[in-house]
Design a protein around this ligand. Structure first.
Ligand SMILES: Cc1ncc(COP(=O)(O)O)c(C=O)c1O
Length: 387
């Protein structure tokens, strides 16, 4: 008997995608196939129009007033690297947090080692929360950058970004948020919050294909940012130097057009269904799961107790099970796909006390999950506990 596949790993990458995404990617691959920004023929122009529409749509979703300040990257990690490598200079001080993903921690470690930057790590509590006060206490006069995770990919904890930024006042530090787990799940207001960088994946909450990422930049950040890679842009081709103009300055080489065409339809779905409605759906499933977990003594849940402080990401452990073994068992016996391990966030696991225990099992919901998926998981955990 073939069992229904239950995909609960949307924080890694979302699946399934809205059907229009598959259609658009297939149609582009089969019938168009042209590169972007490089040709005058109709198919190339059509690609240019689609990507321009995507940039405008993302600007609306992220709250950026000028679409040219929305840059394409190849994933969230790439977007973060473009920002961190491009803006930090020797001697800079950075404030970041214990909740960061390795795609922030590792570039910062690299820059510490090879470029002489200094990093302060702000501790979180046992639910993965950071306070505005703790951030402010770490900020110095010479702090150049604040790099803060908006939502934890381990505990689903939402950080009080708005409050942190408000309390920071007019301190000149650049403000970066890692929105990999908040985009498509929470409303974002880049300009209103006076952010300088927002990095996110295109393939998680935005529901686009893998190989897509986004970096939004403020005008002042764009002026301070050096390109991470240089090359052909299809513009100003008589200049041997990288163009100054946005977005070309930071988008060298051919774009991932199949990915962007898919992301255009995907973000249209997100915009049409609405981030608030998506959040409501995910919180409904999260609340349902947490309610059942609270009645299962063998299950320990990590992260905040209140739904308002969470997105649809739930990390847990089950007494008597190693996280990897449990995830393998869920897949092999029940066709349930969850993530297990450290989820690329070692500092947070140290804080949760789960580093030595192999991390946690993580369930993460997307727009197409249903309460029946939760029921299948609960029954599987029940059966696994008896075997
Ligand atoms: C919080 C966070 N930041 C950054 C990333 C990296 O994103 P990507 O997988 O698109 O490189 C992830 C991926 O899981 C993440 O959860």
């Amino acid at each position: 008997m073939t069992r229904r596949r239950v995909y609960l790993d949307n924080a890694a990458t979302s699946w399934p995608k809205p059907p229009a995404v598959y259609e658009a990617v297939c149609r582009y691959m089969r019938d168009n196939g042209a590169a972007m920004g490089r040709g005058v023929y109709a198919c190339a122009q059509e690609v240019g129009r689609t990507v321009a529409a995507l940039r405008r749509r993302l600007a609306r979703l992220l709250g950026v007033s000028h679409p040219e300040r929305v840059l394409f990257a190849f994933n969230g990690t790439d977007a973060l690297n473009i920002a961190l490598h491009g803006v930090l200079r020797p001697g800079d001080h950075v404030v970041t947090t214990d909740t960061e993903h390795n795609s922030v921690l590792r570039p910062l470690r690299f820059l510490e080692k090879y470029r002489g930057i200094e990093v302060t790590y702000v501790a979180c509590d046992e639910c993965g929360r950071i306070t505005a006060e703790a951030i402010l206490a770490a900020v110095r006069d010479n702090t150049r950058l604040l790099a803060i995770n908006h939502v934890s990919n381990v505990t689903g904890t939402i950080q009080p970004i708005h409050e942190i930024l408000a309390k920071l006042g007019d301190h000149p530090a650049l403000r970066l948020i890692d929105a990999a787990q908040s985009v498509g799940h929470l409303p974002l207001h880049f300009d209103q919050w006076k952010l300088d960088f927002l990095a996110c994946s295109g393939h998680k909450g935005l529901l686009g294909p893998l190989g897509t990422g986004v970096l939004a930049v403020s005008q002042r950040a764009a002026e301070e940012l050096l390109p991470f890679r240089e090359g052909g842009t299809g513009s100003y081709s008589d200049h041997e130097e990288q163009p100054e103009v946005l977005p070309d300055r930071f988008e060298s080489g051919n774009h991932n057009v199949p990915g962007l065409v898919g992301l255009e339809r995907a973000s249209a779905y997100v915009e049409e269904r609405g981030v608030d409605a998506l959040r409501k759906h995910e919180l409904h499933l999260t609340g349902y799961l947490l309610q059942h977990f609270s009645e299962m003594p063998a299950v320990t849940v990590y992260g905040p107790a209140t739904l308002e402080e969470r997105v649809g990401v739930v990390s847990f452990s089950v007494a008597g099970f190693d996280p990897q073994e449990l995830a393998s068992l869920l897949d092999a016996e029940f066709a349930i796909e969850v993530r297990s391990g450290l989820h690329c966030a070692p500092r947070l696991h140290r804080r949760l006390g789960t580093l030595q225990r192999g991390g946690t099992v993580r369930v993460s919901f997307g727009p197409f999950n249903t309460p029946e998926d939760v029921d299948v998981l609960l029954k599987a955990l029940h059966d696994a506990g008896r075997s």
